[in-house]
Design a protein around this ligand. Structure first.
Ligand code: AMP
Length: 282
């Protein structure tokens, strides 16, 4: 497994790797959710192809008051996980190598980014699209694997690939969870024991909404209201609970076969996100 930090040398190395090259972009602090993506990437690459992982805590997707400084960076553990998963190339650049001090070109998705996390994290998806676009250029993948946990991110990346003609197939993977339903996240380690014990309410309140929808409740307002009450009762502070179309992310007043309910919740200082498809098979 090669580990490279310079974009130019990563580009040269990636081009020499056999196809298909399958990329898994991450910010590191790898957990079982990431490992599922690595395994999927290895399966998609097959014996012939190559798996490439990027580990980069991307400064331009963090707001000024967010957790960029304290975001975990367990580099040696991450590399061991990559080695174990059969990764061929790790690209782990320094921010200075990725962004010139006077960088002035960014990728800005202007529709799907306006709501949900985009509303509470201005500039976040501009940072995400810009870094993913750069990673696609540097690492030249034919396939890239993303998790459904970051549902809005996935929808926006699909839109970016479509609208900017990146020749990359986007593959998505279901969210990997703890036994009690909490979605795995590098940020779960910030939770105090009490917050950790309460946080699975996110999952269970979304599953309750899914059940209610399957029993005929189609009002987004009522479903969201119940999710909010359950989360608040457990001590969470809701950023948003929103019923949206699975592809366009447009808010919906009523459940359809294409509905996703997406949430962001603070437990203490820690912001957690999750989502659930409701209203039918998509
Ligand atoms: P991150 O390191 O948080 O930027 O995430 C890198 C990739 O891993 C993204 O495509 C995420 O959607 C995905 N991911 C994060 N957590 C999970 C999870 N619990 N299950 C599946 N994929 C995940």
């Amino acid at each position: 497994m090669r580990v490279l930090s310079s974009p130019a040398s990563a580009f040269q190395s990636a081009l020499k790797l056999p196809s298909p090259r399958v990329l898994v972009p991450t910010m590191g602090a790898l957990h079982a959710g990431h490992i599922a993506l690595l395994k999927k990437a290895r399966a998609l690459a097959g014996k012939e192809g190559a798996v490439v992982v990027s580990i980069f805590v991307n400064p331009i997707q963090f707001g000024p008051k967010e957790d960029l400084g304290k975001y975990p960076r367990p580099r040696q553990d991450d590399l061991a996980i990559c080695r174990e998963a059969g990764v061929d190339l790790v690209f782990a650049p320094d921010p200075a190598a990725m962004y010139a001090a006077d960088q002035s070109v960014f990728i800005d998705e202007s529709r799907l980014s306006t709501g949900l996390c985009g509303a509470s994290r201005p500039g976040h998806f501009r940072g995400v699209c810009t870094v993913v676009g750069k990673l696609f250029h540097i690492l030249q993948p034919q396939i890239a694997v993303f998790g459904e946990k970051d549902y809005q991110q996935l929808a926006i990346i699909r839109r970016m690939v479509r609208d900017l003609d990146f020749p990359v197939k986007i593959v998505e993977l279901p969210t990997v969870r703890e036994a009690d339903g909490l979605a795995l996240s590098s940020r779960n380690r910030y939770l105090t024991p009490l917050e950790r014990a309460a946080a699975p309410v996110i999952r269970w309140s979304l599953l309750a909404a899914k059940t209610e929808a399957s029993q005929g409740e189609i009002s987004a307002k009522k479903l969201a209201g119940r999710v909010i009450r359950s989360i608040e009762k457990a001590g969470g502070r809701v950023d948003y609970v929103s019923l949206v179309d699975a592809d366009t992310l447009e808010p919906q007043a009523k459940v359809t076969s294409r509905s996703v309910i997406a949430v962001a919740v603070f437990f203490g200082q820690t912001r957690l996100i999750d989502n659930c498809r409701i209203g039918g098979k998509i």
